[in-house]
Write a protein that binds this ligand. Structure first.
Ligand SMILES: NC(=O)c1ccc[n+]([C@@H]2O[C@H](COP(=O)([O-])OP(=O)(O)OC[C@H]3O[C@@H](n4cnc5c(N)ncnc54)[C@H](OP(=O)(O)O)[C@@H]3O)[C@@H](O)[C@H]2O)c1
Length: 289
């Protein structure tokens, strides 16, 4: 099975390549013919580039891990956000249909407005507040419109091999004795390890559709920071603050917990609790941080 991965230098892309290679190694054969691509080989916002690359390589599955993920920068760079997050997804969707490939597209909790009191299910109303969320939602719509065999997986609070909240907190703790973290935004920290596993399992099936894909359980950014410092035995004072006191260009969802309802229905919800996944991550990446 030929698997094309876009954005393979990003957090999720790297983990997917690792897991697919490990599967090949463990069964001592090339079950997955992996084609990792970066922006240099395949710029998803360039339709001609996407079309020629995909029609030439004819993958069986395309996993789109490429995105413009800097949410604050999206507010200033609206065109870039839409070019990558919306048109990029459209370009891949059109090309995937031409070669009859399945398309796994990754989306976000930011498609919701965050005012719910209950975890969002897949059919809840989308209403993004930010440029990032709006551009990602348009990407989802293009995928639904132009791909005939798609999986859209909405994830959140992702961490893996790359820049993320966990590394920011640990780096910050090296030079500071206290840190302010918001305690009124809730979500589910999600490990790329858990997400990549679900992607690999679902892409083998024909359970096409929209899925919520986050680790189980929920917490605030404050709770998450406390947990990271506790697990790393870092002595730092964590001060809870409110979102209104945290300067940000982006209106972030207050409550963006996602219910993996559809994954549970098809029996593929292998996500662990967020506390378990972060513990494993901090052990694994001890040297790198
Ligand atoms: N990180 C989170 O907390 C989070 C939360 C919810 C959903 N998600 C979604 O999860 C997915 C994976 O996120 P991630 O954290 O792995 O992102 P990431 O680490 O920022 O990686 C994104 C990758 O996309 C590449 N890219 C950007 N524009 C491109 C283009 N035009 N063509 C090809 N590649 C391009 C980037 O390359 P450069 O380095 O060259 O820019 C980068 O390697 C994304 O769809 C994201 O929207 C992430």
């Amino acid at each position: 099975m030929k698997i094309l991965i876009t954005g393979s230098n990003g957090q999720l892309g790297r983990e997917l390549v690792n897991q697919l290679e490990s599967i090949n190694q463990s069964i001592k054969q090339v079950k997955y013919d992996i084609l990792p691509t970066t922006r240099d080989d395949l710029d998803i916002s360039n339709q001609a580039n996407v079309d020629s690359f995909i029609t030439y390589n004819k993958p069986d599955v395309i996993i789109n891990c490429a995105a413009y993920t800097k949410v604050d920068a999206c507010e200033d760079n609206i065109e870039t956000s839409y070019k990558i997050n919306s048109l990029g997804a459209r370009n891949l969707a059109i090309a995937s249909k031409k070669v009859n490939a399945k398309l796994v597209h990754i989306s976000t909790d930011y498609v919701f407005n965050g005012i719910s009191k209950y975890p969002y299910k897949e059919d809840n109303k989308t209403e993004p507040n930010s440029v990032y969320g709006k551009s990602k939602l348009m990407g989802e719509k293009f995928v639904e419109q132009f791909s005939h065999k798609y999986f859209i997986l909405r994830t959140a609070w992702l961490y893996g091999d790359g820049n993320n909240f966990v590394k920011t907190m640990i780096k910050f703790s090296k030079q500071n004795k206290e840190v302010n973290v918001v305690d009124d935004q809730f979500g589910s920290p999600t490990s790329t390890v858990d997400l990549a596993k679900v992607i690999i399992n679902i892409m083998e099936t024909e359970n096409y559709g929209v899925y919520h894909a986050t680790c189980e359980g929920e917490c605030s950014w404050y709770d998450f920071a406390k947990k990271i410092f506790e697990l790393k035995n870092i002595d730092i004072k964590v001060n809870p603050i409110k979102s209104k006191d945290f300067k940000s260009k982006t209106q972030r969802p207050q409550y963006s917990v996602l219910d993996n309802f559809m994954l549970k229905l098809i029996g593929l919800n292998s996500f662990r609790r967020w506390e378990e996944s972060i513990e494993e991550y901090l052990k694994k990446y001890d040297i790198m941080i």
